[in-house]
Design a protein around this ligand. Structure first.
Ligand code: COA
Ligand code: MG
Length: 290
């Protein structure tokens, strides 16, 4: 299944209960915005947050950023109402927290099917519990089935730490890479967890850098000051872009049209490199079109 490539370098959480922050989103250059009804909204104001969200989407029909609404778990007292409110807002996607089984996704996809048969609203899944990590492979396989609507994994590193008692990113890395591998096998994007200390921009930049090396498509953010750093770090670097163009050009040369492997400046280049080069250039185009 081929789905449109979207830049997801900077994915900013905004609590739906914070009207001032919500109003600010229109002026921000994030690739995507997650309007949160879950953890960032206190129990007493869940209904107010839903109402604020409905008003916001009614007033802002178009937006350059991809818009996602994070709802509470369907097993919670707020989940069902959240899903109805989110569906009515018609965001690009709904983000489901604490996904642990494929049925957590397919159940919601069936509910969306009732009013959105065109599959316009996609699903994103938070992988943030031990069970979710263990089942990430089966869950990610849904990325290969268009009716499941699944587009993207979001890692919830704070919850993983909380659930496991594991402290520090170095020790979480094995699980993060495991989930990342599953996402790639299911042709899903995967966005790294948040960096809590938003005053420490150097530390944030270093973590973005590491996330990009690990293979994440972007980072979830909590503060506007983090947007430009993520946009820059996850932008393909000029050398990689030049190399990708070179590879695409070389394979389109007449004498190489039927070759599986060629030599470029003393390096072996195969068709798998051509595929990666085309993907990188398509990503760059998608960023340029934003
Ligand atoms: N999205 C949009 N705007 C935001 C924002 C966000 N996530 N975080 C802060 N802002 C805005 C503020 O409203 C403020 O706007 P103003 O200049 O118009 O007043 C400006 O950016 C500066 O904010 P600042 O004073 O530095 O931060 P704060 O103390 O108001 O908020 C947090 C700090 C952490 C509470 C806030 O950034 C936040 O709620 N982040 C998201 C948390 C979240 O969603 N967590 C769930 C997922 S982990
Ligand atoms: Mg969480």
């Amino acid at each position: 299944m081929i789905r449109p490539l979207r830049p997801r370098r900077s994915v900013l959480y905004v609590p739906a209960s914070n009207t001032r922050a919500m109003a600010k989103t229109a002026s921000l250059n994030a690739d995507a915005i997650i309007f949160d009804l879950e953890d960032a909204v206190a129990p007493d104001v869940k209904e107010d947050a839903r109402e604020a969200l409905r008003n916001y989407f009614h007033a802002h029909q178009h937006c350059t950023a991809e818009r996602i609404i994070r709802i509470n778990c369907l097993s919670s007292e707020w989940g069902a109402e959240d899903l109805l409110a989110a569906r009515a807002c018609r965001p690009e996607a709904i983000l489901l927290p604490k996904v642990e089984t494929p049925q957590d996704i397919t159940g919601v996809a069936e509910i969306l099917e009732e009013t959105d048969a065109s599959e316009g609203i996609r699903l994103w899944a938070m992988i943030e519990t031990p069970r979710g990590i263990l089942n990430a492979d089966e869950i990610a396989e849904l990325g290969l089935r268009s009716t499941a609507r699944l587009d993207c994994f979001v890692v919830g590193s704070n919850d993983i730490s909380k659930e496991t008692g594991t402290k520090g990113r170095a020790l979480l890395a094995t699980w993060l890479m495991q989930v990342l591998l599953c996402a790639k096998a299911g042709k899903l994007d995967i966005i790294d967890g948040v960096y809590n200390n938003f005053a420490d921009l150097d530390g944030f930049a270093a973590e973005c850098d590491e996330a990009a090396q690990m293979g994440f498509d972007g980072k979830t953010l909590i503060h506007p000051s983090q947007i430009e750093i993520a946009n820059t770090v996850f932008l393909p670097d000029p050398e990689s872009v030049a190399e990708a163009r070179f590879i695409v050009q070389a394979f389109s040369d007449r004498e190489n049209l039927n070759k599986g492997v060629i030599s470029l400046n003393g390096k072996m280049v195969e068709r798998l490199h051509l595929e990666a080069a085309k993907k990188l250039l398509a990503k760059l185009d998608a960023i340029g079109e934003k």
